[in-house]
Design a protein around this ligand. Structure first.
Ligand SMILES: [Zn+2]
Length: 264
C-alpha cells in the first residue's frame, strides 16, 4: 500500500514541477480521482477478515480486558453460556473494565461488554443488549459498516488494489477506524431485524426472550436519569425505544412466554 501511494505522490510532484500554472487544478482533480478509486476498490473477504482481526486485536490490546477469574468475566461467561455462534460466525466474549456504558459486537463475532454497563444491568437486560448486537453480526450489518468505516477513515488515502494481504494499519488509522465505527448508524429496518434476531437467538439458546423488551425498558429508564454523556453512545445508536419495547413485549406475550421476575 505504501509503495503505491508513494509512487502516486511522486507522479503528482513531477507533474507539478513541469506545469506550475496548471498544477493546482490538476492536483485537485488527481487527488479526488485517487479518493474515488480507493473507495471503488473491492476489498476481498480475506482482506476484510484480516482488517477486522487487526481492529479487534488492537481494541483488546488498548483497553483493560478483565482477567479470566474476574467477577465480571465469570458473570459474563455464565450468562452467555450456550451462545456459541451468530448464523455460523463463532462468538467470543470479553469484558472491558472501563467507565463508559456500552457494548459492541465486531463482524468477526467478538462481543465486548463494558464493566460499567454490567454494573447497571441485570443478566436479562445484558442478554437483550448482547442479543441485539449479535443480530447485527448475523445479518452482516457489522461487516458492511466495518467496510464503510475502513474505506472512509483508515484507508481513505488509498488502498492497494492488488489482492493478497491487507496492509498493517497504524495506531492513528486504527483510532480513526474506531471513531468511524462508533459513529456508524443502522437503518430502522436493520435495528428491527437485529431485535428479531436477538429474540430468536436467545430463545433458541434456552434463554427467556423477554430479555429484549426488558433491556430496552432499562435503557429507556437510564436515558431518563442520564447525568453524564457516558451513555449517549448507546442511546444515539439505538433510537425508538418505545416502539421496540412494544414490539418485543407483544411478541413474547403472543408466544405465551412468562416475563421473568425483575429483582430490584
Ligand atoms: Zn443496533
Amino acid at each position: 500500500m505504501k509503495k503505491t501511494f508513494c509512487k502516486t505522490a511522486l507522479v503528482l510532484l513531477l507533474g507539478l514541477m513541469a506545469m506550475p500554472v496548471m498544477a493546482q487544478f490538476n492536483l485537485k482533480k488527481a487527488v479526488s480521482g485517487v479518493t474515488k478509486a480507493a473507495k471503488a476498490v473491492t476489498l476481498t473477504d480475506e482482506q476484510m477478515t484480516e482488517y477486522v482481526k487487526e481492529y479487534i486485536d488492537w481494541m483488546d490490546a488498548n483497553n483493560p480486558v478483565c482477567a479470566d477469574d474476574s467477577p465480571y468475566t465469570l458473570r459474563l461467561n455464565k450468562l452467555t453460556e450456550g451462545l456459541s455462534d451468530a448464523d455460523g460466525i463463532p462468538l467470543n466474549f470479553k469484558v472491558y473494565y472501563v467507565t463508559d456504558v456500552n457494548a459492541f459486537a465486531c463482524a468477526d463475532g467478538s462481543v465486548r461488554v463494558f464493566s460499567s454497563l454490567m454494573d447497571i444491568m441485570t443478566d436479562e437486560e445484558l442478554l437483550g443488549v448482547i442479543g441485539h448486537e449479535v443480530g447485527h453480526v448475523a445479518h452482516r450489518d457489522s461487516k458492511k459498516s466495518f467496510r464503510t468505516a475502513l474505506l472512509t477513515s483508515a484507508l481513505k488515502d488509498g488502498v492497494s488494489s492488488k489482492g493478497g494481504k491487507a496492509a498493517a494499519l497504524t495506531d492513528s488509522q486504527l483510532g480513526d477506524l474506531g471513531e468511524a465505527l462508533v459513529n456508524a448508524r443502522y437503518s430502522q429496518k436493520q435495528e428491527r431485524d437485529a431485535d428479531d434476531y436477538g429474540y430468536e437467538f436467545l430463545k433458541k439458546a434456552g434463554k427467556n426472550p423477554w430479555a429484549m423488551a426488558m433491556s430496552f425498558q432499562r435503557l429507556k429508564e437510564l436515558q431518563g436519569e442520564q447525568k453524564t454523556d457516558k451513555l449517549n453512545q448507546l442511546f444515539s445508536t439505538h433510537p425508538d425505544l418505545d416502539a421496540r419495547i412494544e414490539r418485543m413485549a407483544e411478541r413474547a406475550t403472543s408466544e405465551g412466554i412468562e416475563k421473568p421476575e425483575t429483582k430490584e
